[in-house]
Design a protein around this ligand. Sequence first.
Ligand code: COA
Length: 160
Amino acid sequence: MIRAIYPGSFDPVTFGHLDIIKRSASVVDELVIGVLVNSSKDPMFSLEERVEMLKEVTSDLDNVRMVSFEGLLVDFARQEGASVIIRGLRAITDFEYELQMAQTNRILEPTIDTMFLTTGLEFSYISSTIVKEVAQLNGDISHFVPHDVLKRIKEKQPNK
Ligand code: COA
């Protein structure tokens, strides 16, 4: 039984995240999406909203569940009984940071490995911040986020 963690802030979840979620859920037995309580970022969506959006967009995947966490990722993975951490690589610029995280996590907890999936090419330029910026400037974000997420972003900007 392989249980994996896919961690992130998901503020909000985008098609790029969803691509990684669907593909990794098809190769592991259970995927736990770890939603970070991140005090260093000023989120648009509360933790509860981020979890709700993830639930909505993954409702067709029966081996995926959401759990919020704070503190060290490896502690969370251990607590969930996960042996794998999933990360998406969008471009070469992600690589150095991801390598550093994977190596550090492996030193902290040698029984947990990081597996990388390359993000679909069509999503390789997306970040949650870019999506929020385009929305704030009244751009069309339907290419980047699922409909439910788009609706919620619009609700946060009632005068747009
Ligand atoms: N498609 C689209 N966007 C993606 C993406 C993908 N496949 N993968 C990442 N992104 C975006 C994210 O939306 C995020 O955008 P934002 O910065 O505008 O919010 C950005 O790329 C960075 O993503 P990521 O590196 O996953 O950051 P994160 O904040 O979402 O998650 C953790 C980072 C949770 C993995 C990391 O902070 C962590 O492990 N924290 C726990 C503390 C810890 O253990 N620290 C020691 C680690 S060695």
